[in-house]
Design a protein around this ligand. Structure first.
Ligand SMILES: Nc1nc2c(ncn2[C@@H]2O[C@H](COP(=O)(O)OP(=O)(O)O)[C@@H](O)[C@H]2O)c(=O)[nH]1
Ligand SMILES: [Mg+2]
Length: 386
């Protein structure tokens, strides 16, 4: 967790701190009697006097996670006909359209755009996931597309606001329903030239509030040279415009992360092909697009980069995408909102116990703005009372 995220939970965790103190003193006095037994390569702990069983926490966490299930909210943005719905079906092997359940939220915004979110319960090997796809069918379809990013920005912020309201409720739910947009897949039309002003504008603004994963749509319409050239041009344009797409360099956790993510950053944007049609190729069932010249296998990484996108979103980075949403994007929204509302509240100094201000691990600018408007002192007062 980032420093920021840590601080948020602190005020709610004062009770827990007593518990962790006990842990510290216990671990001091219960060091294994044979500290070298693990180092000697003893895998089995049957009859091993020094075995405590801390590793069993992993199994407990797995069981809890299996029971709770997972939530993932993906927004797809791009002009009509770029293959957004098809790609979602490809990603989740058509489970998205087949298992379509309650269309839970429908928001109509006049003029520019209509945002629709549809939830699906999907399950694989006993692991349940509630996948919500937020579709934005009319994005960029108008003649004048000025400010067409605004309804999407508003939608994203509305989800943060809903979460914040649940969080600051006195009677908080055991699990706050999470409708925050974890990831926004932005579909770039396969023109082979460069980004359009609308692409730059959208990604420049939205990359500050949500994880953006840009893709080149319908990449089968480009030759390999055109594709490489286009990808390189887009990377340069993103850099030139200061657009930080996912995985953002500044949020890499350590050197190992950096190494893995640098490889991904070198490949972005993924040139993808989508299909929900199944074919038999060499006796194997595949998802593909059949043409007169042959069949494009969407999951074959020599044909297109769909598999890289799938791995990033589902197999390797799903948890990280959610973590960045919670600890960076939502956190920025939360701090800003609490600052705003506290700026409007004037405290009577006598209402608060006197507490010496001290540094709190927040970045300096955030920290000082919090202290000037009274949030910090109120926060400390609460912590003191508990
Ligand atoms: N050539 C090609 N066509 C695609 C691809 N993905 C989808 N299509 C086709 O493009 C059309 C529009 O797809 P759809 O998913 O409805 O686009 P959406 O409006 O962005 O949701 C359909 O006829 C799809 O079969 C692709 O990767 N390559
Ligand atoms: Mg669609």
């Amino acid at each position: 967790m980032t420093k920021l995220g840590h601080l948020v939970n602190k005020s709610m965790d004062t009770l827990g701190s007593e518990v962790s103190l006990c842990h510290i003193s216990m671990s001091e006095s219960t060091k294994p009697l044979h500290p070298n037994s693990q180092a000697k390569g003893e895998k089995s702990h049957g009859g091993d006097f020094s075995y405590v069983g801390i590793d069993a926490i992993l199994e407990q966490m797995r069981r809890k996670a299996m029971k709770q299930g997972f939530e993932l909210n993906i927004m797809v943005v791009g002009q009509s006909g770029l293959g957004k719905s098809t790609l979602m079906n490809t990603l989740f092997k058509s489970k998205v359209s087949r298992k379509s359940v309650q269309p839970n939220l429908e928001e109509r915004i006049p003029k520019t755009i209509e945002i629709k979110s549809i939830s699906h319960d999907i399950e694989e090997k006993g692991v349940r996931m509630k996948l919500t796809v937020i579709d934005t069918p009319g994005f960029g379809d108008q003649i004048n597309n000025e400010n067409c990013w605004q309804p999407l920005m508003r939608f994203i912020n509305d989800q943060y606001e809903a979460y914040l309201q649940e969080e600051i409720n006195i009677n908080r739910k055991k699990r706050i329903p999470d409708s925050r947009v974890h990831c926004c897949i932005y579909f770039i039309p396969p023109t082979g030239h460069c980004l359009r002003p609308i692409d730059v504008e959208f990604m420049r603004r939205l990359s500050k509030v949500v994880n953006i994963v840009p893709v080149i749509a319908k990449a089968d319409t480009l030759t390999l040279e055109e594709r490489d050239y286009f990808k390189q041009t887009i990377r340069e344009e993103l850099r030139a415009n200061g657009i930080d797409v996912y995985p953002q360099k500044e949020f890499d956790d350590d050197a190992e992360d950096r190494l893995i993510n640098d490889k991904i950053r070198e490949m972005i944007p993924f040139a993808v092909v989508g299909s929900d049609q199944e074919y038999q190729v060499n006796g194997k069932r595949i998802l593909g697009r059949k043409t007169k010249w042959g069949t494009i296998e969407v999951e074959n990484s020599t044909h297109c980069e769909f598999a890289h996108l799938r791995d990033l979103l589902i197999r390797t980075h799903m948890q990280n995408i959610k973590d960045i949403t919670g600890s960076i994007h939502y956190e920025m929204y939360r701090v800003r909102r609490l600052n705003e509302s506290n700026a409007n509240i004037s405290f009577e100094p006598s209402d608060l116990p006197t507490v010496e201000p001290k540094t709190n691990g927040l970045p300096e600018e955030l920290s000082s703005s919090l202290q000037t408007n009274g949030v910090t002192s109120q926060h400390k007062a609460l912590t003191h009372e508990m």
